[in-house]
Ligand binder design. Structure first.
Ligand code: GDP
Ligand code: MG
Length: 437
């Protein structure tokens, strides 16, 4: 999938100390290929990589981030921009606010109508009315009733009436007379774009003048989604896109193309069949999802913010003088803890969240480590080399841990000290900087 391919693309950069014309070109070629494979339009993919390349070369941020991270960040930022940058809200002006759903059959219009009604009812304190304008299938009206019942929202329908324009207009009258402040009009779709469907939705659109015309599209349909979006936009000039079925493994490459081709914001995403499976569309999160990289960049950023600079400088000095001890180790742990809940942190590491899915992470994963260090004497903490078998046994007993746990910590400490010493050497500056030094 796209994520694996991008992983590979970024892997090329590994081991290179600097971003150069050559290694960027190589990596971005892979990025472009990955985007193409995910059904992103050729021209969009090409423009995209050109832009990232221009930004990457000549960047003077090499001192703060590793080249790979820098490129990930640039790609992510550019993807975010491509998908609209900021969150696009929904226009709730108008009394009542009229919202029209459009899209092909099976795209998820009826389901999303329910989700949106539920969202507006529970999150925005609105009183929505659902309107059944799918006049072709009696089952469609029934489906909307089931949806409405499940969320406690009234449904308006005229089963005998075969004129969707009239039904929609009557529904708005009904809403006004009965204190509904949002009217969500669910319409009929076909399996493919056809003239009759377009004519019908255009007539409804013209008659009810909705504040929001939303185009609902199945995220799994790839490049077809783009053509459908274009056809509907030509007729309706819609206000926003709803990307459904973004649950499971769907990477949502279609989102990039749709936004670029019709230049309309994606407003919500559907992530399941249940009524609460609705999310406001955050371009940045989508970029992350497409990149499949978890939230590496913000993990790095958060680390930068939280690591106390003063502390880092102090530790740096100690390392230089070979004085790094368990007290410093403890304070490092406290720094890490400040960054937040362990579960969140693990979730931000790509791959880790999947691997750790079934592992219960204690929020206080450092509890034992802290207990062990607290059971050491000040001398032991500053000069860990003196900790022999006898001392280890005492420390284990005092901290209520096993001697193996003490051994494990000693090993971790040694590794960390070694790593820190290495960071003092050439190339290590970046890492220290990353940690706020
Ligand atoms: P419509 O023909 O456009 O009204 O589409 P429906 O709302 O009837 O949805 C078609 C099918 O897709 C139904 O089986 C829905 O349960 C399913 N569906 C809709 N939205 C989602 C979603 O976000 N995720 C998943 N997994 N299924 C969805
Ligand atoms: Mg429907």
């Amino acid at each position: 999938n796209l994520s694996d391919k991008l992983d590979k693309a970024f892997h090329i950069l590994k081991g290179h100390g600097k971003i150069t014309e050559v290694n960027v070109a190589e990596t971005l070629k892979e990025v472009r290929r990955a985007l193409l494979d995910a059904d992103v339009n050729f021209k969009i993919a090409k423009d995209f990589t050109t832009k990232v390349k221009e930004k990457a070369i000549g960047q003077d941020v090499l001192t703060t981030l590793q080249p790979g991270q820098l490129l990930v960040k640039l790609v992510k930022d550019e993807l975010t921009e491509l998908m609209g940058g900021d969150v696009a809200g929904i226009n709730l002006s108008g009394n009542p606010t009229v919202i029209l759903m459009s899209g092909l059959q099976g795209s998820g219009k009826t389901t999303f109508s329910g989700k949106l009604a539920n969202y507006l009812l529970t999150k925005k304190n609105k009183k929505p009315l659902l309107v059944a304008c799918d006049i072709y299938r009696p089952a469609a009206i029934q489906q909307l009733y089931v949806v409405g019942d499940s969320i406690g929202v009234e449904v308006y329908s005229e089963p005998e009436n075969k004129n969707p324009v009239e039904i929609a207009q009557n529904a708005i009258k009904h809403a006004k007379a009965n204190g509904f402040n949002v009217v969500i009009v669910d319409t009929a779709g076909r399996l493919a774009v056809d003239e009759q469907m377009m004519k019908e939705i255009a007539e409804v659109h013209k008659a009810i003048q909705p504040q929001e015309t939303l185009f609902v599209v199945d995220a799994m349909t790839g490049q077809d989604a783009v053509n459908t979006a274009k056809a509907f936009n030509d007729i309706l000039n819609f206000d926003g896109v709803i990307l459904t079925k973004l649950d499971g493994d769907t990477r949502g490459g279609a989102a990039i193309s749709i936004k670029s081709v019709v230049n309309k914001p994606i407003k919500f995403v559907g992530t399941g069949e249940k009524m609460d499976a609705i999310d406001v569309f955050y371009p940045v999160r989508m970029a992350e999802r497409i990149l499949g990289m978890g939230d590496v960049v913000s993990l790095v950023e958060r680390a930068q913010e939280q690591f106390d600079e003063e502390e880092a400088r102090k530790i740096q000095k100690k390392i230089a003088k070979n004085e790094f001890g368990f007290d410093d180790f403890l304070s490092q742990i406290q720094q890490v803890k400040k960054m937040g809940n362990m579960k969140d942190l693990v979730g931000m590491i790509p791959g880790a969240s999947k691997a750790m899915k079934d592992v219960e992470i204690e929020d206080d994963a450092f509890k034992h480590i802290e207990a062990i260090i607290h059971s050491m004497t000040p001398k032991e903490r500053s000069k860990p080399v003196i900790i022999d078998v006898k001392r280890k046994a005492r420390i284990a007993k005092g901290s209520g841990t096993k001697i193996e746990q003490v051994n494990q910590l000693m090993k971790q400490f040694e590794q960390m000290s070694k790593m820190m010493k290495m960071m003092q050497g050439p190339g290590g500056k970046n890492l220290m900087k990353m940690m706020g030094g």
